[in-house]
Design a protein around this ligand. Structure first.
Ligand SMILES: Cc1ncc(COP(=O)(O)O)c(C=O)c1O
Length: 341
């Protein structure tokens, strides 16, 4: 018996993937529905409308913008393009995609132990050698939610040789509320070895379409232009991203991010009130350093209909979801605590 193909379903409280709890913007949804009628067509291979919209929004020349299939795909593109030195320096407890990206391009992973929940920037600077291809900074950091401040990044950049690119991954930038956390674009303007990576997957809610962008200093653009896959992003993703940059929808997107940051603060307070240690977060998720209890916490949450992301022996990452999903998580923690779990 064959089963009918479907787009898949999502459990009601999937707090494991750092997705936004909001539905697509009506204007974006309309475009994607219209685009379904022209799936036989190839996309604009230069993504001209999207590149122009981003260049306008960010105040940089179009040559500095590289668009691609999500910031993970772009991260791999940059790390590949920035060869041939073999080593990539990164924080040890950071985005789980980095080790795979580094392996995929045949580079050597140099994970630097954390300073608590945070990147240990002095140790990362000390790990940079003549073998270093580039450094990855994840700000705010996935999975711990910690954000690096302007002064410490500036101090770090002052220690990094000018020919070593520093890629600042700002997948969660839009959820930051701490004014001391810098906008990566300011660092890009001040240093010609800084690249910025951003995505439409999180705050813009386009994770399924796979679209993100990198901002790259002009001296690196020839190398970046020589690599990378063709015909990405797809046409629906390009159109949806352009529509998401329209000033008419900016207030709604900004409101959503502010509402999510407020929900994050409420969730952190409530979980701490229930006796859990919760790391301070500037992203759309919170980190519970549960150590050896991590895997069993995630399994019991799963049995209660809530999906979270566990790193066994280390901690659990919980995405800030809808009010209903957040309440369900807190109810689970209350019951689990009462049961002595
Ligand atoms: C830090 C970080 N960078 C990049 C990505 C990949 O995002 P995208 O959907 O843009 O590929 C993620 C996804 O979770 C992430 O956490």
């Amino acid at each position: 018996m064959t089963t009918a193909p479907t787009l898949g379903t999502h459990p009601p409280a999937d707090l494991s993937m750092n997705e936004t709890p909001y539905p697509p913007l009506p204007s974006v949804r309309r475009l994607v529905e219209q685009g379904a009628g022209a799936l036989q067509r190839y996309p604009d291979r230069t993504s001209s409308a999207l590149v122009a919209a981003l260049a306008g929004r960010l105040g940089v020349g179009p040559e500095s913008i590289v668009v691609g299939p999500g910031s993970a795909g772009l991260c791999q593109h940059l790390v590949q393009a920035l060869g041939p030195r073999p080593e990539v320096v990164r924080a040890a407890l950071s985005f789980e995609g980095y080790p795979l990206i580094i392996r995929n391009v045949g580079a050597r992973d140099v994970p630097v132990p954390m300073d608590g929940y945070r990147h240990d920037l002095p140790a990362m600077a000390a790990a940079v050698t003549g073998q270093t291809r580039c450094v990855l900074l994840c700000n705010p950091n996935n999975p711990t939610g910690a954000a690096l401040r302007r002064d410490e990044i500036e101090e770090f950049l002052a220690r990094i040789p000018a020919d070593v690119p520093v890629i600042i991954d700002e997948a969660y930038r839009e959820f930051v509320t701490d004014p001391q956390v810098p906008d990566g674009m300011d660092l890009f303007r001040a240093h010609d070895n800084v690249c910025v990576l951003r995505t439409f997957s999180k705050a813009y809610g386009l994770a399924a379409l796979r679209v993100g962008y990198a901002v790259v200093p002009s001296r690196m653009t020839p190398a970046v232009a020589m690599t990378g896959a063709v015909f990405f992003p797809n046409s629906l993703a390009q159109a949806a991203a352009v529509a998401s940059l329209d000033e008419a929808v900016t207030p709604e997107l900004t409101r959503r991010c502010a509402e999510l940051a407020a929900a994050r603060a409420g969730l952190v307070d409530e979980l701490r009130g229930l006796g859990l240690t919760v790391a301070p977060s500037e992203a759309n998720f919170v980190w519970l350093p549960l150590g050896e209890r991590s895997a069993s916490f995630a399994e019991q949450a799963r049995q209660a209909g809530i999906l979270v992301m566990a790193l066994p022996g280390v901690g659990v990452r919980v995405t800030v979801g809808t009010d209903e999903a957040n309440a369900r998580l807190c109810a689970f923690v209350r019951t689990a605590s009462a049961a002595g779990v």
